[in-house]
Write a new protein. Structure first.
Lengths: 464, 528
């Protein structure tokens, strides 16, 4: 929800975009400003460096933005400038009929939303929908068969490739060109095994991680090999572990059968990463009553906006979550409200009204959660750690969190907000929520003894 | 198949041994993998129907999971990095600023309206609140990059206790940390010259007498250049108790040191130095009525060459190029006398005396000397008279301060009055923009309107008013925002403005109005 310039700037993907957006929030840069009378949408044209002005529009209900500029950031600086201008001087936006390009975009979004709703409501429909549904399921089955064939071949090839690697010895791995890993990954993508392709790319990256690379490399090899072995005899794997294997292979999860949990879900952190033109946004939630951890995962291609809006860190999502099946249920989706409106956070709740989820005071207890997850699902990549009473400290150029028992967790090198974190903590034990991947912690939000919960995302740039 | 349970976290002895075994086995697996199964013999038992490679990969899969899950958080190294203050921050006595104000600060830190940053800090100090903790690092970085806002009291107040604690954690931010007498003493005793000067300055601000005593104690051991620089630190909080040390310094071997001492002593009205100066100047100036019409005149008797005592007090015998000997001696002697002495001794106002000086041949040196003396003693009446007399020229001269320096020494109301008169043409001034640059904000409303009117008369995109308008946007009361937006002339006879210059003018005006509105928002968010 937009209430002030700070809310707009919080949407910015990085500080450079925020600054550029603030510079564009001047009336003189814009022409043809307009809004629809009900405050659903606003639009304008911004003169940029090109010949034609860029056309920018925003849909205010879920803060989706649309712009004709070539920027890859989302939202782009023009959208940020338009939103800032709308916040500061709404009277500049004359109520008018939307121009053709805005109406088209809005119509396209509404159509997509309606299609999604219809698909969700499909099982309740009867009658002539049955024939279409049957046709769809036939085609889906055929697709699944084709996929299974390709996958089997791809997995067999991957198994041979892994064995070749260990036969020759991995000492030569660092000297392999990038194409060596990329070729195998591409073939796995063709074989409908995108998850395995990702693991192969990660395997290739471990050789660049410094002196300890052999251990990381062999661990990644082990995970890949385990995946190949498990996928080869999927039917013999226990039912809930089958979901883990499918997820690790990158196959779409089965929906509609998962556990549903209704709660007031507190947003404790958000991270957006870009991988090969695909943007992935992870939003971590902790249930206020149940204390369960949940992960919302949203994707967007290239420059298109995320289709779903989530409340900001510190706010509450009051909704029913459906967890995906697996041995360690973490990933979930939010079920739509009974009214059909997408679930969003309460707009007027300030972060200080929400109680902080309690955290673990002993790091050993917190990382035991990681151990438990890994023991059930060996392909777990990260878990949420909610810590209490930890102190951020700097040693040389590395940072860590120390607990009262004298243990420490290192912070991820790619974390750039170490000084804001230190300032919030003030040298005293603080509350920190972050992602733990077995080696390092990436803090997403923190709160000091004076209670203000701060999202650290505004201080770092998304990992590439 | 999918890994044993991670029981390495259990602390019983048996499981510890098992964990140790797992770690050793993992190490062996990694070594084997590095060599490759083709080369070394494998230590694994090969499952029937499997290959050595598969056996190795199987073991890698299991052990990687076990070791990864079993890893405990390592013990933390002893606390305290280089220069870090290990003590945690004290509970802050200042409340955090309102969230709307924090939002505006975030906008400033993101790069918009950065010139309003000092004003934000002023508002925070006046409202008794502080910067939110998470924004402190960016605020400290910005303070470091904008030296004019650095170290002035408003900035540091708004940091709060948390900000000062944070500043002590990093060498780049030490300018903002709480003054710590012990560490300053340590720096004074054993630091590099620049550090010692800085430390002495901080000690002087905290305890003027103590700092002077430290300097006096170290005095015999210091080199000449160091003596001069450290003595200059006493300018902060100068008082009569400093006189003995400064008198000693007048006899110093180094000319630099003597100059600094004389400069400082000249600003102490009750000192023996000033008494000597007044005595030396006795009889140099007299008013008389003379001539047929019995008009008032200023009779000037320039002093002779400086004697030993005068030379000790800093009066130089050799004149610089461009000024005669006697004028030089006259100017120096007069410059050391507080101008109020003349008002009293000659029974005339400063305006009258300046007017009388203008009638004689000694106007140049007299006006320069009076200006230097008026600046030293912050004599508002004399400064005003000298500024208005027009005799001051902004040429760089040995003695005379610039008009801008004199302006800065006036109280704000008098300063604005003078500049308003200059803008309206009631006082002749060559460089109005220079005067305005020497008039810092915040401006009074009437003065701001006068400046606005002046800029409008010079409108037309030829750039003359643009710099002033920029200053206006930062110094004028924000309530004037609407007034500024309109009323810009489309043409001023006999020129008509081209569309380009009109567009440029509109662009500039809009930007400045935006700054004024931002400042208005800022004032509103801090208002109770």
């Amino acid at each position: 929800m937009i209430q002030s310039a700070a809310d707009v700037l919080a949407l910015a993907p990085d500080p450079a975009a925020a600054k550029a957006g603030a510079a564009l929030a001047a009336p003189r840069r814009w022409s043809a400003l307009g809004g629809d009378g009900e405050g659903r949408a606003a639009w304008g044209e911004c003169q940029g460096s090109g010949a034609q002005p860029y056309r920018t529009a925003v849909a205010l209900a879920d803060l989706a933005t649309h712009c004709s500029c070539p920027s890859r950031k989302f939202p782009c600086k023009h959208a940020l400038g338009l939103l800032l201008l709308l916040t500061a001087e709404p009277e500049l936006f004359a109520v008018a009929d939307p121009p053709a390009w805005v109406a088209e975009w809005l119509a396209g979004r509404t159509a997509r939303a309606e299609r999604r709703e219809r698909a969700a409501a499909a099982p309740d429909d009867a009658g002539e929908e049955d024939a279409a549904a049957a046709d769809r399921s036939r085609r889906a089955a055929a697709r699944a068969d084709r996929r299974a064939t390709r996958a089997t071949a791809g997995l067999a090839e991957l198994a041979r490739w892994l064995e070749d690697l260990v036969r020759g010895g991995i000492a030569s791995a660092p000297s392999r060109p990038a194409a060596f890993w990329e070729t195998t990954a591409a073939r796995l993508v063709d074989a409908q095994l995108p998850g395995a392709a990702r693991l192969v790319r990660q395997l290739g990256l471990t050789v660049t991680t410094g002196a300890a690379w052999p251990e990381r490399f062999v661990a990644a090899l082990g995970r890949l090999h385990l995946l190949v072995r498990a996928a080869a005899r999927l039917e013999a794997v226990p039912a809930d572990a089958q979901h883990d294997v499918r997820a690790a292979l990158g196959w779409p999860p089965a929906t509609g059968q998962g556990e549903r949990v209704a709660d007031a879900w507190i947003v404790v952190g958000q991270v957006t990463e870009v991988e090969d033109r695909l943007r992935a946004r992870r939003t971590w939630l902790v249930g206020r009553e149940t204390g369960r951890h949940a992960l919302l995962l949203h994707f967007a291609h290239g420059e298109t906006p995320f289709a779903e809006a989530v409340p900001a860190v510190g706010h509450v999502l009051a909704a029913e979550l459906e967890f995906f099946s697996g041995t360690v249920p973490l990933r979930a989706t939010a079920c739509a409200h009974a009214t059909g409106a997408p679930p969003v956070g309460a707009p007027n709740a300030s972060p200080n009204d929400t109680p902080r989820p309690p955290g673990r005071a002993r790091l050993a207890d917190a990382t035991a959660g990681w151990a438990a997850a890994l023991a059930r699902n060996p392909w777990t990549e990260r878990v949420l750690l909610v810590l209490d009473a930890v102190v951020p400290e700097q040693h040389g150029d590395r940072w860590l969190l120390r607990d009262a028992a004298g243990d420490a967790l290192p912070l991820a090198p790619r974390f750039r907000a170490e000084w804001p974190l230190a300032a919030v903590a003030g040298g005293r034990p603080a509350w920190v929520a972050g992602e733990w991947d077995g080696e390092a912690l990436f803090p997403m939000a923190a709160a000091g003894t004076d209670g203000e919960l701060v999202s650290l995302a505004q201080f770092w740039e998304p990992a590439r | 198949m999918s890994g044993r349970d991670a029981r390495a976290t259990d602390t019983t002895a048996a499981n510890t041994a098992e964990a140790g075994g797992a770690v050793a086995a993992w190490g062996a697996v990694v070594q084997e993998a590095l060599l490759g199964t083709a080369r070394g013999g494998t230590t694994s038992t090969v499952t029937p129907g499997g290959s050595p490679e598969r056996g190795l990969l199987d073991r890698a899969a299991v052990l990687a999971t076990v070791v990864g899950a079993g890893r405990l958080p390592p013990a933390a190294p002893p606390p305290g990095g280089p220069g870090a203050d290990p003590a945690p921050a004290a509970a802050d006595d200042l409340p955090v600023c309102p969230s709307a104000a924090a939002g505006l600060l975030a906008t400033i830190l993101a790069g918009a309206h950065r010139e309003v940053f000092p004003e934000w800090l002023d508002h925070a100090r006046a409202a008794g609140c502080r910067v939110p903790s998470a924004l402190l690092p960016a605020v400290l970085d910005l303070l470091r990059a904008t030296p004019s806002a650095n170290g002035t009291p408003p900035a540091l107040d708004a940091l709060g206790g948390r900000g000062r604690w944070l500043a002590a954690q990093r060498p780049e931010w030490t300018f903002a940390r709480t003054p710590n007498a012990e560490s300053d003493r340590a720096r004074w005793d054993a630091g590099a010259p620049a550090e010692r000067e800085e430390a002495l300055g901080r000690l002087r601000r905290a305890d003027a007498g103590g700092a002077r005593d430290l300097l006096a104690a170290a005095w015999p051991r210091e080199g000449a250049a160091a003596r001069a620089r450290l003595l200059a630190v006493l300018a902060d909080g100068l008082g009569p108790d400093d006189e003995p040390l400064l008198e000693r310094a007048l006899d110093d071997r180094s000319r630099q040191v003597r100059d600094v001492a004389a400069d400082l002593l000249a600003t102490l009205p009750g000192s023996a130095f000033v008494a000597r100066a007044i005595e030396r100047a006795r009889g140099v100036l007299r008013t008389e009525r003379g001539g047929l019409l019995r008009r008032a005149r200023l009779e000037v008797t320039p002093p002779g060459p400086p004697d030993t005592a005068a030379a000790r007090d800093g009066v130089q015998a050799a004149a610089p190029v461009g000024i005669g000997e006697r004028a030089w001696w006259l100017a120096q002697v007069i410059a050391l006398v507080p101008p109020a002495v003349w008002t009293e001794a000659l029974g005339a106002t400063s305006q009258h005396l300046v007017e009388l000086a203008a009638l004689g041949e000694w106007e140049g040196p007299l006006v320069d000397a009076w200006a230097r003396a008026a600046l030293r003693h912050h004599d508002a009446a004399w400064i005003d008279a000298l500024l208005r007399a027009g005799a001051l020229v902004d040429r760089h001269r040995r003695l005379a301060p610039t008009r801008a320096e004199l302006l800065a020494a006036l109280p704000a109301a008098d300063r604005e009055q003078f500049v308003a008169d200059a803008l309206a043409g009631r006082v002749h001034v060559d460089d109005v923009e220079g005067l305005l640059a020497a008039t810092p904000g915040p401006w009074g409303e009437a003065f701001a309107r006068a400046v606005l009117a002046w800029v409008r008369r010079r409108a037309g995109g030829d750039g003359r008013g643009a710099g002033v308008l920029r200053q206006f946007a930062l110094a004028a009361p924000p309530v004037l925002a609407e007034e500024v937006a309109g009323g810009w002339p489309e043409e001023v006879e006999p020129r008509t403005f081209s569309p380009e210059s009109l567009a440029r003018q509109a662009f500039v005006v809009e930007q400045r109005v935006a700054v004024l509105k931002f400042r208005g928002d800022l004032a509103a968010t801090f208002a109770p």
